[in-house]
Design a protein around this ligand. Sequence first.
Ligand code: GDP
Ligand code: IMO
Ligand code: MG
Length: 444
Amino acid sequence: METNKADVLLGLQWGDEGKGKIVDVLTPHYKMVARFQGGPNAGHTLVFEGKKYILHTIPSGIFHQGCLNVVGNGVVLDPFIINRELDQLDMPVEVLQESLFICGKAHLILPSHRLLDAAFENKKGNLRIGSTLKGIGPAYTDKVARTGLRLIDTASDRFMEKYNALKTEHFRLAESLAFDHKSLQLDGLPFDDYEEAWFRGLERLKALPRVQSEVFVNETLDKGARVLAEGAQGTLLDIDFGSYPYVTSSNTITAGACVGLGLAPTRIGEVFGVFKAYCTRVGSGPFPTELHGKEAERLRDLGNEFGSTTGRPRRCGWLDLPALKYAVMVNGVSRLIMTKADVLNELESIKVCVAYDIRGQQQSLLPLTTESEELKPLYKELPGWQTDLEDVKSFEQLPPQLLAYVSMIEDFVQVPVDIISTGADRKQILTRKGAGILQRLAAI
Ligand code: GDP
Ligand code: IMO
Ligand code: MG
C-alpha cells in the first residue's frame, strides 16, 4: 500500500531565507503544518493584506482556517514569548482551540536558561556565537542532559520543586561564570518581572490543546491528509552539519523533522529547500562570500536585512553555490524555492561563488572547519536584469538574465527551482509551469 508522506520545508543557508512566507503560500494545499525544532530564536515573517506578522514558535500555517498547526516534541517553548505571539495573533479562543496544538513532550525554556545563555556568551567574549539570547542552547543542553522540564511535567505536583531546583542550579552556574545577573534584562524586563510574566504565559500555554506529535502527525497522514513540516534556522546552522560551534543547538535538516515530530524516514515525501538569491548571516561564524563596506550596505538596504527576532543588521554576501549544493545533499532536497530575487533587481552584475581557493588549492566542497580568512571564494559574474519584477505575471516571463541565473543554479546543484518569490507579500510568488509544486499539490 502506498504510504501518505509528509513534505518538509526548510532553509538551505544561515536562516531567514523566507521560510515563513513560503509556508504561508503553500498552506492552502495542506491540512497540517508542524514545527519540528528550534524555538523563539526563529522569526518567520508573513505579509498579507497590508499587515506583517512575525511568528517565533507558532507554525506559519496559523492564518489559514482549517489548518492544524502543531508545535512538535523537538521544539523548545518559552511561555512568555508564546503568550506575546498569541496576543499578536488576536484570534478568538475557540479558533485557537481548533488550530494550534502543542506537544507535551516539548521542553520548556526557563527564564534561567536565558540567564545562562547571556552568561555563556558573556564569558566567550570575542568568540561569542552571536546567539539570539533566547535560552535555546541551555534549554537543549538540559534536554540532552536529562535534567530539563517538559510541558507535561507542569501537571506534576512536584513541578515547582523541580523548577526551583533547576533555577537554583542555573544561578549557581551563572555565578561561577562571574556573570552579573542583577543588571540582566530579559525582553526589557528585570528577571523577577520576566519570571512572573513567564508563569502567566505558562497558564495560557497549558490551556492550549495538548497532543503527542508523533501520534497526531502519523494519524493525520494515515487519514490521507497532507502534512507540511516547517523548519527553523537553516542548514548551515545545524548542530552537526553547520559551521560548528557557530550554530544553533538543534538539527535543522530534514532528519530533524523525523526526530522532532516522530516521523519515520519512510514517511518523508518532498523536501522543499528555500534559499535567498544571495546570502545573509546574523551572528558570528564563517561566511565565505560575505561582502563588506558599501557593497554589503547596498545589499542590506535593498533587502532590508535586519533580524526579525533581534533587529540586528544581517551580514550580506553573494550566493554560495558549493554551500547550497552541500545543503541540498544533506537534506535530500527535491525542489528548490528561491526568494528575494527582487532584491537584486537594480544590480548591474551579480556574482556567484562556484568554488573556493584554499591556500592555493581549488575546491568545490564546502569546508566547514576552515576559517574564512584562509578561504577565497572564486566567482562567476553574470549580468543583472535591471528590471522591476512587480509586473511580471508568470515564471516564464521573468527577464532572461534572471532565468539564466536560475538555470546556472539548477545546473550546479541538479535540482529544479520551482518557485521564485519576488516580494514579501503572499501574492508576490511565481511558480514554474509544468513541474510546478503548486500544480502537483492542487491535483491531489
Ligand atoms: P524566515 O526566518 O526564513 O521565515 O525569514 P524571515 O522572515 O526572518 O526573513 C525574510 C524577510 O524577507 C522577511 O522580512 C520577509 O518579509 C522578507 N521576504 C520574504 N520573501 C521575500 C521576497 O521574495 N522579496 C523580498 N523583498 N522580501 C521577502
Ligand atoms: P529563522 O528560523 C537566522 C543564529 C543566531 C546565532 C546562532 C545561534 O528565523 O531562520 P541561538 O539563538 O540559536 O543560540 O543562535 O544561530 N540564528 C538564526 N539566524 N535565523 C534564525 O532563525 C536563527 N536562529 C538562530 O544569530 O548566530
Ligand atoms: Mg527569520
